[in-house]
Ligand binder design. Structure first.
Ligand code: HEM
Length: 223
């Protein structure tokens, strides 16, 4: 199939799954923002999502998108390294017009995957998973999971490292995705760079505000 057999097709898969994940993080940061306004309302949203069939289907779709994105990222990187042959090992200076993020997308992605592993252990493994396997007594509520996580001070700096990696990854990934699906016009690439920069800054900035607020609210700074 073209999407798998050609490198252009594989880039299209990366772009579409990347744009889907950008939509997910946007939804996610807005859902968390409910907790900044009212913890009761946040609890209601968590209960609504819970382990109902539609939430489980949603989780499976998100996981599928993330797995495809990561698998194709490794595949394309290996393919590029092979194509460059010995040049891959040359110590070369970064050209002035190439962003730092564009040369480090794989490393940024790996940092985000490490962050995600920890994050899913903190939340998904303690909320949706026990409920889905029928161990409802062990499942934490949204507020309890927030407290268990953010009351530990070390969590905040570790999450912020993940957010910074996410910011760099998104600022490059956003416009690059549109370029890979066929927007070659210079004027539009400039526009997508600008939109991507602000989108990533607002989304990641809000994640940072949320994490600092939860750490403060759940007394991580109290000694
Ligand atoms: C302040 C920052 C964050 C907070 C408070 C937070 C909170 C949560 C909570 C409460 C859940 C569990 C939802 C449930 O199982 O019902 C969750 C799941 C999840 N989070 Fe976060 N999150 C944050 C940042 C992020 C970031 C930056 C990413 C992505 C890079 C992310 C990706 C995910 C994913 C993939 C899931 C699993 C989704 C699912 O089960 O459908 N989160 N998060």
């Amino acid at each position: 199939m073209w999407l798998i057999n050609s490198s252009v097709g594989r880039k299209v898969v990366m772009s579409l799954t990347g744009l889907f994940l950008i939509l997910f993080v946007t939804f996610h940061v807005l859902m968390n923002a409910v907790a900044l306004i009212s913890l009761d309302a946040y609890e209601a949203v968590c209960e609504f999502l819970g382990a109902n069939w539609y939430a489980l289907v949603g989780t499976a779709v998100i996981a599928g998108g993330a797995v495809l994105h990561i698998a194709f990222a490794f595949w394309l990187t290996m393919q590029n390294r092979k194509a460059r042959g010995n040049d891959a090992y040359e110590v070369s200076k970064r050209p002035a017009n190439v962003e730092w993020a564009s040369q480090n997308m794989l490393v940024l992605g790996i940092i985000i995957v490490c962050f995600l592993g920890l994050h899913l252990f903190h939340f998904w493994a303690k909320m949706q998973l026990p409920e889905a396997i029928g161990d409802t007594a062990a499942a934490l509520s949204g507020i309890d999971a927030l407290e268990a996580t953010f009351s530990q001070l070390w969590v905040l700096p570790v999450y912020i490292v993940g957010f910074v990696a996410l910011w760099f990854h998104l600022t490059h990934g956003f416009w690059s995705a549109f370029q890979s699906i066929g927007t070659t016009n210079d004027k539009w690439i400039c526009r997508f760079k600008c939109i991507g920069f602000w989108w990533a800054t607002i989304v990641v900035g809000l994640f940072v505000v949320e994490a600092i607020y939860f750490a403060w609210y759940f007394d991580a700074f109290a000694f």
